[in-house]
Design a protein around this ligand. Structure first.
Ligand code: B16
Ligand code: MG
Length: 213
């Protein structure tokens, strides 16, 4: 199929920090007197920090002053960061390490396309930063997923066209972003994506790079 690059989402594809994001948002929502379930959290996967808080406030039909909004963002991030203090290479999701090594050996370019501002620090903690030729994260995009900007920037920085890149995503917003940008979208670990993504795998252990080379 002639693909030359793999662009990975971070949370939910490389590491299962989605549950940490969920618990931190739940604590933030509860603090505001807003109930927030795991089902509600589905809509936040892949969505950046500011838009996630806007979504939660809308759920609770709440409006807060700008200062409080900033304080809530800070509170959520502190909760999230303290919950991932012990994150290490052992927390890589199954199949990730082998796929990164195989892709490197076969000469594929490797990129990250994440909405998270914490992404560079998390790659370091997971000891996989050196595998990435390009890292596009929440600090470097102006339009969040489902806008394709994060993946388009990744392809551009690699000097490739979207049609030469596979995107790995666990979130609906991420699959929409990939498809809107003209990428081949691979859904991972989230059965909700069946039918939305171009291909779907329960886990990256089932993924065969040869099929796309
Ligand atoms: P942060 P991804 C996304 O990362 C997460 O899926 C989402 O739950 C989170 O709110 C967002 O990053 C922002 O993260 O607060 O760390 O900047 O899935 O695009 O890698
Ligand atoms: Mg994700």
């Amino acid at each position: 199929m002639g693909y030359r690059a793999l662009l990975f989402d971070l949370d939910g594809v490389i590491v299962s920090t989605e549950k940490n994001h969920f618990h931190a948002w739940k604590k933030t929502a509860n603090h505001l007197g807003i109930s927030f379930s795991e089902k509600d959290n589905e809509a936040l996967k892949g969505v950046n920090r500011v838009d996630s808080l806007k979504h939660i406030l809308a759920l609770g039909k709440r409006i807060v002053p700008d200062e409080e909004f900033e304080a809530l963002l800070h509170f959520k991030n502190e909760e999230y960061l303290s919950s991932i203090e012990d994150l290490c290479i052992k927390d890589l999701l199954p199949g990730v390490f082998d796929l990164l090594n195989l892709a490197k050996n076969k000469g594929f370019n490797i990129g990250l396309g994440s909405s998270s501002k914490n992404a560079p620090m998390i790659l370091e903690r997971l000891e996989i930063a050196a595998y990435f030729d390009v890292v596009i994260d929440g600090n470097g995009v102006t339009r969040p997923k489902p806008d394709p900007e994060v993946f388009l920037n990744g392809a551009k920085r690699l000097g490739l066209s979207p049609s030469e890149c596979l995107v790995f995503e666990d979130a609906q917003s991420g699959i929409q972003a990939a498809k809107a940008g003209g990428f081949f979208a691979i859904g991972v670990g989230n059965p909700w994506l069946l039918g939305l993504a171009d291909d779907y795998y329960n886990s990256l252990t089932e993924f065969s790079l040869e099929r796309y080379a």
